[in-house]
Design a protein around this ligand. Sequence first.
Ligand SMILES: *Cc1c(COP(=O)(O)O)cnc(C)c1O
Length: 380
Amino acid sequence: MIPILDSKRQYAQIGAEVEKEVLDVLRSGAYILGRHNKALEEDLAKFTGTKYAVALNSGTDALHLALRALDIGAGDEVITVAFTFVATTEAIGIVGATPVFVDIDNNTFNIDPAKIEAAITPRTKAIIPVHLYGQPCDMDMIMDIAKRHNLYVIEDCCQAIGAGVNDRAAANNAAGRKMVGSYGDINCFSFYPTKNLGAMGDGGLCTTNSEALRDRLVALRNHGGAVRYYHDEIGVNSRLDEVQAAILRVKLNYINEWNEKRRKNAYFYNELFAGHADIQTPVELDGTYCVYHQYTVKIPNRDEVHKYLQENGVGAMIYYPVPLHKQKVHAHLAPVSLPNTEDNTSLVISLPMFPELTQDEQRTVADTLIAALNKTAAAV
Ligand SMILES: *Cc1c(COP(=O)(O)O)cnc(C)c1O
């Protein structure tokens, strides 16, 4: 079986370092909001080219608390996509606001900026672009629209840590990229174990350039007060524990290497699929640095092919089988037509993708996919 992701292989590389740090935390007796939390926040602010980072319990909390910190709530509308993980709109629902769906671009799977303005109403407060599968959204255009309409921007970077745009003039990190997570007012990351930078449990983080928003997030994550036992508003308990922070600090040292390996693997898949007109490989726009959280292709007879792959040892997955505007949780929203979202939902399949994947495994994945396509095409 070639899995979609193999965390054990990563552990083989970093296990000794991680075990040393974790043992250190366990013996220290300091488990919450300690030195690793502080250092991780500093390191991730630096990594994303922002002034501040606030570590949290999950990516979902990062989105939820970002909305809270911007005072978005009942009666407000937030523009986003239906082609994403449910947490994006769940956070909007948690604060009592309404998600407004905009269709995606067929090539990038990300929000189509040309369709945003038509969705803006007097109630619109913010846009949440999602850098899906590790591919950066067109942030220049989105920031321009937000500025003209006086809207906040919250980037959902949960699948895209390290992604960016090769813009030397605006570069804010290593290798001369303008980093995702440095455009919006508040930007959200997840350290769920399967993400490109994964903890060994749950974790998340917000970045911002605003000291006031940083302070608000710090209060919200810890029961709504900056001073212990003094509470100014209803907050939550969303602290990142020291064990996870220590693990993430070890892994952050490898993220550039791991993202590079993902890119190399993506390009090797592209080569293997060249000449197969029925496999649409991912489009990486010129000048962008995609981190391939997923390697997602579009194919005909997707569900039959998926079944064949699973039966033949290839751990492919569908992200996501039901777009959010068709989910029961959002059934009360006004119906909306999102043709690209719906088309892509029935075409996409994500193939095994992780830094340690070997070229032999990639050849097997490619051969199996091509065989599945031939078989299902013959059956039609
Ligand atoms: C994973 C993910 C989230 C939620 O992160 P959790 O840490 O699992 O809460 C939100 N948005 C997107 C796009 C994600 O992939």
